[in-house]
Design a binder for this molecule. Structure first.
Ligand code: SF4
Length: 300
């Protein structure tokens, strides 16, 4: 059941991380306006099952006042709210409290702060550290998102004995990660990737919506455009069997998607998302309403 709406409040970000799913950067286009947020909010009572509203991006604190207003509306409508941020705005613990106190007053129920090597190298006393401590002291429920860089595990286990290398870390190979991080990693035959291991594609619990109106079931896989069709209708009429990408991902994972659209039979990939993303990239022109926006595929 759909319980979560995740606003990609902006694709802009202070950073340009190698692992970013959506190619965020300081130059990225696509930021919500208050009117666009309100358009979505008006639809939510018609869906009926929504409990959570998240603000993420990009970096949502870049549009702090809009984020705050969006959280206030969500709060008034009885939704729980969460935020995903890299904490760039936190110059000290004391100053971070200035940013966080209004969020505490609005009962924000989850503040997830990215703090890993992609964002801050090995610097431990960093903006995310200040933000985390400040949130804890204010009593805002807070967690850290730590994405580990990929490594090839050296220890042998059953899987390796069958000839499948193990990639450690929790980086997923889609978006910019495919451009930046894949070159030295071991790969496996495309036919091995027979399911999507990360997203619930038949009956999603959450969807992401960007400022272009795209409703994402996984970043870059679109089930409708909320500026063309009311969101409640997109959700009500969602039928993955009629979606030219999802129907194959659900039946046979990225391998079936690649097979149906003619991938070369001798190609190898790191893991499921790597094959899925590159297959979709080759289908952008064929399915512009189902695979978008182009910038999430690194095309401006
Ligand atoms: S396999 Fe495809 S649909 Fe599933 S999480 Fe990876 S990129 Fe998304």
């Amino acid at each position: 059941m759909l319980t979560g709406i995740h606003f990609l409040l902006t694709y802009q970000c202070t950073y340009e991380c190698d692992h970013c799913f959506v190619y965020s950067s300081p130059e990225a286009q696509g930021t919500f306006t208050l009117e666009k947020l309100q358009n979505i909010y008006r639809e939510l009572p018609k869906i009926g099952s929504i409990e959570w509203i998240y603000f993420e991006g990009g970096e949502p604190f870049l549009y702090y006042q809009l984020m705050l207003k969006g959280i206030e509306i969500a709060c008034d409508m009885g939704f729980k709210t969460g935020i995903v941020t890299n904490g760039y705005w936190s110059t000290s613990e004391e100053d971070a409290k200035l940013w966080l106190k209004p969020l505490k007053d609005l009962n924000v129920a989850d503040l997830s702060i990215s703090n890993d090597q992609y964002h801050y190298d090995d610097v431990k006393i960093n903006p995310a550290y200040f933000a985390y401590n400040a949130a804890e002291k204010l009593g805002i429920p807070t967690g850290t998102i730590c994405i580990e860089k990929p490594v090839v595990n050296s220890e042998k286990d059953d899987t390796q004995e069958k000839g499948k290398p193990i990639i450690g870390g929790n980086t997923r190979f889609r978006g910019r990660a495919v451009d930046k991080l894949t070159s030295d990693l071991p790969k496996r035959h495309w036919k091995e990737f027979t399911e999507c291991p990360h997203e619930e594609l038949i009956d999603p619990e959450r969807i992401h919506i960007d400022a272009f109106g795209n409703v994402h079931i996984c970043q870059g896989i679109i089930i409708g455009n909320a500026w063309k069709t009311p969101l409640s209708e997109i959700v009500k009429n969602f039928n993955p069997d009629e979606h030219p990408v999802l129907k194959y991902l659900i039946k046979g994972g990225p391998a079936l998607l690649a097979e149906k659209y003619g991938i070369k039979s001798d190609e190898s990939y790191i893991e499921e998302c790597h094959l899925c993303y590159l297959t979709r990239l080759s289908l952008l022109e064929k399915f512009p309403d189902h695979l978008a926006p182009k910038q999430v595929y690194g095309i401006n």
